[in-house]
Design a protein around this ligand. Structure first.
Ligand code: PEP
Ligand code: MN
Length: 288
């Protein structure tokens, strides 16, 4: 696994007292259900952008498990650019997710957008996701710092790396150190790819912090054909996992239709990771 020498650090001791690099440079293990991030396993999280119906999320859970992914994703509260777009099924979607995840025997992560929903969600979810648009929502971060559930913290698409670690520090200083960082692309001037995947920034965060760092190549690119090679790059360079969007029938998806992997693409992506993992000291887990 990738190790960085302490003399390469650019943060100062005490700058990030809770999430900054550990004295021995080790990455903290953070578990979603029975799946551990930051250790030998390179973890694949997959699922649809949004929970659309009970049938859709159950079909998604089956396909995701069959492909070999370890954690299910799906949004029930969707932060859409337009208020007129599908906003998600809310708490009903959470119940569908719970059932699908139980049936598939795999844990799930789902986005929380509002402080007011945290208490109701906490006993129902395996992990909270903070989306790119809420990375600076400090009241939400503080509330998640008081929860006994892990948090997948996406980088704001306009946030610097230090702002990202600062957001993690808001959660950690409340007592919750179970944080996984997720680089999902930042905004630049081009629009040929949806965002710009900052792989160097993700590696910087891995080097400067003790938190596991994963990459979301689906939102970063918006292009399903680029997801597979970028997942391989993420593994090869020493990061801890990927989160990708996959849908049983992408052409009918209610959100982020264009970027969803088909079931076959997801399977091919995961198969493509398997030969790389041992070469970089990692393994690709499989559901028990
Ligand atoms: C998502 O994961 O569905 C999502 C909305 O991602 P982001 O917050 O990175 O845009
Ligand atoms: Mn999405």
């Amino acid at each position: 696994m990738q190790k960085f020498a302490a003399e390469q650090l650019s943060t100062t001791p005490g700058e990030f007292p809770h999430v900054g690099r550990a004295a021995d440079g080790a990455t903290r293990r953070v578990s979603i259900g029975d799946v551990s991030f930051g250790g030998d396993e390179f973890v694949v999280i997959a699922g649809p952008c949004a929970v659309e119906s009970r049938e859709q999320i159950e079909a998604s859970a089956r396909l995701v498990r069959k492909a070999g992914a370890r954690v299910l994703r799906g949004g029930a509260f969707k932060p859409r650019t337009s208020p007129y777009s599908f906003q998600g099924l809310g708490m009903e979607g959470i119940e569908h997710l719970r059932r699908a995840s139980l049936r598939a025997g795999m844990p799930f992560v789902t986005e929380v957008m509002s402080v007011g929903d945290v208490a109701e969600l906490a006993p129902r979810v395996d992990a909270f996701q903070v989306g790119t648009r809420n990375m600076h929502n400090f009241a939400l971060l503080e509330e998640l710092g008081r929860q006994p559930k892990p948090v997948l913290l996406k980088r704001g698409f306009g946030a610097t790396l230090r702002e990202w670690l600062g957001a993690a520090e808001y959660i950690a200083s409340g007592g919750n150190l179970d944080i996984i960082l997720c680089e999902r692309g930042i905004r630049s001037f081009g629009d040929e790819t949806r965002f710009v995947l900052d792989l160097a920034g993700a590696l910087w965060a891995k080097r400067e912090s003790q938190l596991p760092v994963i990459v979301d190549p689906s939102h970063a690119t918006g292009l399903p054909g680029l997801v597979d090679p970028l997942a391989r790059a993420t593994l090869a360079c020493g990061l801890d996992g990927v989160m990708v969007e996959a849908h049983p029938t992408p052409e009918t998806a209610l959100s982020d239709r264009a970027q969803a992997l088909t079931p076959d693409m997801l399977s091919a992506m995961i198969e493509g990771l398997r030969p790389i993992a041992p070469a970089v000291g990692r393994e690709i887990g499989s559901a028990g």
